[in-house]
Write a protein that binds this ligand. Structure first.
Ligand code: PEP
Length: 252
């Protein structure tokens, strides 16, 4: 059975004190719950070491939102996969549409980031998804396939098994517009079939594919009720414990 996961992506929110307080509150809240899914919080780099020092990672795992495409050296301001791993984090988000768009991260750069993250035993949450114009032109399948082929389909099956895919239609991120559960299921099934074509049915069946884009407590049960949706990557609604827990509870 593939793993169900609800992962938070804090983005560039929360100073150190507020972030530590949020993670503590989440830890206290979830430790008395019987969870039916894995929970991950991906935070800015500056929070990682502080949060790792108290977070019970049997309950909530910790991840970064990015890592460098270089191993080490004279790259001022960058944070390597090894540095991320050394904080106690176990996950990293790679390929988020905001990084592709605002920081011009190409498929080749992302491929290198994935390679370096896996080398450090980090689990990768690899984001793919089409823009509004691409969806309106009916090109969404072509776009997500190209994103997979461009950055992760050269991995061995063993390494690909460490990848979690997050399908995030760009037009639904932070906009309040969610893909309908049927729209999301349709493309998740397509993504799984593309993985099956490349790695075989067994690997495809075991790959966790998350949905991201204005996912909230109100729409999560319908989305997570679909056979190919294995949880969510959550932006805005991961910044308040009650909102995030409401989504986690969709698995109950
Ligand atoms: C995201 O950016 O990964 C995301 C899903 O954001 P939001 O939930 O705010 O749409």
């Amino acid at each position: 059975m593939r793993r169900k996961i609800v992962a938070g992506n804090w983005k560039m929110n929360m100073n150190l004190q507020d972030g530590v307080a949020l993670a503590k509150e989440l830890n206290e809240t979830l430790k008395v719950e019987k969870l039916r899914c894995g929970v991950v919080i991906c935070t800015p780099f500056i929070h990682l070491a502080s949060i790792a020092s108290f977070l019970d990672q049997e309950i909530i795992e910790l991840g970064a939102e990015n890592c460098a495409d270089k191993e080490s050296g004279a790259y001022t301001g960058e944070v390597s996969a090894e540095m991320v791993r050394s904080t106690g984090a176990h996950y990293v988000i790679i390929g988020h549409s905001e990084r592709r768009e605002y920081y011009h991260e190409t498929p080749e750069i992302l491929k290198e980031k994935v390679r370096l993250a896996l080398k450090q035993d980090l689990k990768v949450i690899f984001c793919i998804g089409e823009s509004l114009a691409e969806r309106e032109a009916g090109r969404q399948n072509e776009v997500v396939k190209a994103e997979l082929e461009g950055s992760v389909f050269d991995l061995t099956a063993e390494d690909f098994a460490k990848i979690i895919i997050a399908y995030e239609p760009i037009w639904a991120i932070g906009t309040g517009k969610t893909a309908t559960a049927d729209q999301a299921q349709e493309i998740h099934a397509y993504i799984r079939s593309t993985i099956a074509d490349r790695y075989g049915k067994k690997v495809a069946e075991e790959t966790t594919i998350l949905y991201g884009g204005s996912c909230k407590a109100g729409n999560a049960p319908e989305l997570f009720g679909k056979p190919d949706i294995d949880g969510g990557l959550i932006g805005g609604a991961s910044l308040k414990v009650a909102d995030f827990k409401g989504i986690i509870d969709a698995w109950k």
